[in-house]
Design a protein around this ligand. Structure first.
Ligand SMILES: [Zn+2]
Length: 377
């Protein structure tokens, strides 16, 4: 591996602790500390300032340390790169100023072998569909507007109500009574005019309702959770048929969950039903008991809680699209606890290619659970 204009990432401070030791970074866990009695690494790190080509760095080093070979100097840069503190400067690459904070964030994860601008470009090339513009979806949409995908298709059938204003920050008092899709489209066009917004005033009831929206879409975000479980099953079947990945989110009172289905790769939502059917003896009793009370929860999870879930959903979407860091919810439920700020992954579930009726070769009749998903009056 060689380098063009390698530099210490500007997101990290470079500073001395004493005459023998210096540090790059100031955050616990990601700070590199180097003991350097001969000052060679300190000299090298200071030459990695984004202004010097590799040749300039080599000659700068040899001025002080004539015994060093080109290979020694390359090895020195590689040692720093392996610590994750070096990147290519890319002086000729530019971006819309609004995306610079994104690119600086991605630079934390991308070393001199990679290209942080490419991560943003992948987002810019992505066409997203967002189902639902309620507590989750409206705030997800604001975050997506900042990220700058190529297009966002929004789908909802509701109107803005006074009760939304405490946690759905896309909407204003003057929007009460208006259709959410219209208000949201208008808001995002003002936030980021680079994004193409398509709005559908529509209630999702059937698999076909979803399928007909999935043309020209790269990824789905499902932010609708009513009727509970049933709607996820409908969306799951559609995205499996269309072979389009989907990030699902759901909020309970003080916890939120994110899980992602990559059709044909990870287990789908019905595979999760099979997993529970196989392993949890109380699964069906619990499911039927819950279903029979027709539980229609009031709006729970206040703004700060919702924001934690929304952040988890949108970051997961970016991970799935760009792989800037490994996704956390592939075939598993990533749970966020608003009470103490913690998060964890549930045990993952596999794809049951032979047994799942939705993403595999199985039959619905083979699994008792699926008969209870019928919509009840
Ligand atoms: Zn499946």
């Amino acid at each position: 591996m060689t380098y063009l204009i390698p530099r210490i990432k500007p997101i990290y401070p470079l500073y001395r602790l004493n005459s023998d030791v210096f540090r790059i970074g100031a955050q616990i866990g990601i700070t590199t500390e180097i003991e350097d009695e001969e000052d060679q690494f300190w000299t090298l790190a200071n030459l990695l300032n984004g202004k010097n080509h590799l040749d300039d760095i080599a000659s700068g080093m040899r001025e002080k340390y004539p015994e060093l070979t080109n290979q020694d100097i390359l090895d020195g840069i590689t040692i720093l790169n392996d610590e994750g503190v070096v990147e290519e400067s890319f002086p000729d690459k530019t971006t819309n100023d609004r995306y610079i904070p994104n690119i600086n964030y991605f630079s934390r994860f991308i070393d001199a072998h990679g290209d942080r601008f490419q991560v943003q470009k992948k987002i810019r090339d992505t066409r997203i569909i967002l189902l639902g513009l309620g507590g989750g979806g409206s705030n997800i949409l604001a975050l997506l507007a900042g990220l700058g995908p190529k297009s966002i298709t929004i789908v909802d059938y509701d109107r803005v109500e006074a009760g939304n204003l405490g946690r759905q920050f896309l909407y204003r008092e003057g929007d009460i009574g208006k259709k959410k899709v219209a208000v949201a489209k208008n808001a995002v066009e003002k936030m980021n005019s680079e994004i193409e917004i398509k709005a559908f005033d529509k209630k999702i009831v059937t698999v076909e309702d979803v399928l007909e929206l999935l043309n020209d879409v790269d990824i789905v975000v499902c932010a609708i959770d009513e009727p509970p479980f049933i709607i996820h099953r409908i969306v799951n079947e559609a995205i499996v048929k269309a072979k389009i990945p989907c990030v699902f989110g759901a909020s309970q009172v003080s916890r939120g969950r994110v899980y992602t289905v990559l059709p044909g790769v990870t287990g789908c939502f019905d595979c999760l039903n099979i997993q529970f059917s196989k392993n949890d003896p109380k699964f069906i009793e619990q499911f039927v008991g819950f279903r029979n009370i027709h539980f229609a929860p009031p709006s729970i999870a206040y703004g700060p809680g919702i924001f934690q879930l929304v952040a988890g959903i949108v970051d997961e979407l970016v991970r799935v699209i760009t792989n800037y860091a490994p996704p956390r919810s592939l075939g598993t439920q990533y749970e966020i606890n608003y009470e103490d700020g913690s998060s964890f992954c549930h045990p993952s579930w596999p794809r049951f290619a032979a047994e799942c009726p939705t993403c595999g070769e199985g039959h619905y009749d083979d699994w008792e659970i699926f008969q209870y998903y019928e919509l009840q009056e």
